[in-house]
Design a protein. Structure first.
Length: 116
């Protein structure tokens, strides 16, 4: 189920594959994938909002519906959502590829810094 919204955001069903595709697209755009489970401090009912922060603005936000409660709790327990999700779902190849991408912020490409 995909519905086009006025802002360019789309709606998709939450699954490891759809979330992975969003993360990979955002990182290839030099953005940082972020996931929101709350608005104004209140939990969003039956949805998670995916936002591609920064980058070249080619990846629209996405509203993922029907996320499992355990995944919502997973998102709320720590930072670094996109890395933790790819690792949790065993998308190791994609995780390594995404880590190698830089970050573009308002026309300035930030240096790639790796921390082991």
């Amino acid at each position: 189920m995909k519905i086009e919204l006025g802002s360019g955001a789309t709606i998709d069903v939450w699954s490891p594959e759809t979330v992975k595709n969003f993360i990979v697209a955002c990182r290839k755009d030099k953005g940082i994938p972020m996931f929101r489970t709350r608005i104004f401090g209140k939990r969003i009912e039956n949805a998670v909002i995916g936002v591609c922060w920064g980058g070249e603005d080619r990846v629209p936000s996405k509203i993922f519906v029907n996320p499992p409660e355990k995944d919502v709790e997973f998102l709320e327990e720590d930072v670094g959502d996109w890395r933790r999700l790819l690792e949790k779902w065993n998308f190791i190849k994609e995780l390594e590829e995404c880590k190698r991408e830089g970050i573009l912020l308002k026309g300035y490409k930030l240096p790639l810094i790796t921390v082991d």
